[in-house]
Design a protein around this ligand. Sequence first.
Ligand code: HOC
Length: 380
Amino acid sequence: GLHSVHNIDDLRALAKKRLPRMVFDYIDGGADDEVTLRANCSRYDAYALNWKALVDISKIDMTTTVMGSPCAAPIIVTPTAAQRLFHPRGGETAVARAADASGLIYSLSTLGSTSIEAIAAETDGPKWFQVYVWKDRAVVETMLERARAAGFTGLILTVDVPVAGNRERDLRNAFTVPPKISAKTVSQILASPRYLFDMLTTPKITPANFADADPEGDGIMGYINRQFDRTVTWEDARWMKQVWGGPFAIKGIVRPDDARRCIDIGADAVWVSNHGGRQLDGSTATIDALPDIVHAVDGQAEVILDGGIRRGTDIIKALALGARAVAIGRPYLYGLGAAGEAGVGRALEFLTTSLERDLALTGVTRLSELGPDFVRRPPL
Ligand code: HOC
């Protein structure tokens, strides 16, 4: 159980034990050979920390703001699809509540399985909404209006999904959203009695923020693949910022020239991400992409980074290299799959307490003290 969880890897192991194989693999897996998935984590090892000695660390302040939203620590709960798949009873509600309890920013995916309004009713904490550009712009506009009315204060446009990535674990498991009935999927679900019970005693897992998906046909992913607009460009991003009018982040940037374009269209945050290695395999690990992006942005927007964050030291490296905050996906999804809201809480607690301890060990009492002098970068 959770008492034997001491890090994110332990949570992953517990999630693996408790979830049907195909559900665990959907969280855990990446695209193609999973090179980028692994690199996102392992590349932190190439950066070494240089601590400051003999600093009074009796008070450590981890609070900050990201795109104007206040948070207790520089950790954003990144948007992920259909969270009720990972915990049918709790899903997004469990994640949002745990984020609120930890004082962290929660973000809801367009592909969420809980409605914008239900999340707003559940938590007073800072909330952002995530979108893609759909062919039917009216669908987007309606969601943005609802998010604004419900008190969501930030918008994230994801730009690293021009098409779906090639996730071979999902193909092997015949995994679709929602899962289709087949000998393979049924036997996997039957092998996870707790999950099966939860699934059978809660409403069906469907997208909660748009209509028209045909789960009986080719599933939500098929609908989305048809809805995603292959002609999307920077003009659409500019349109989105105008329609939204508020704090706006562009997620899925790895090139300095693209970071400049984000600023040109008025983005408030440039979000360095490769979708957790789930899209273009072989792309740069995010920690390696970060320094050049920070240089290009030159303080004109905030920089957020996700990918491979598993410990406080990873967060310190990202912040020292210029990120305003990091975002996490798999760490809390392992928690959700392992133990619902309590499991998400455990993931967030582990990351915030390890960040606090690691800041003390680094001799840093405020996030603004962090800079490149704390990190020795690997040779190019
Ligand atoms: C067909 C489009 O973010 C994931 C999600 C969903 C990606 C969109 C797929 O699984 O990474």
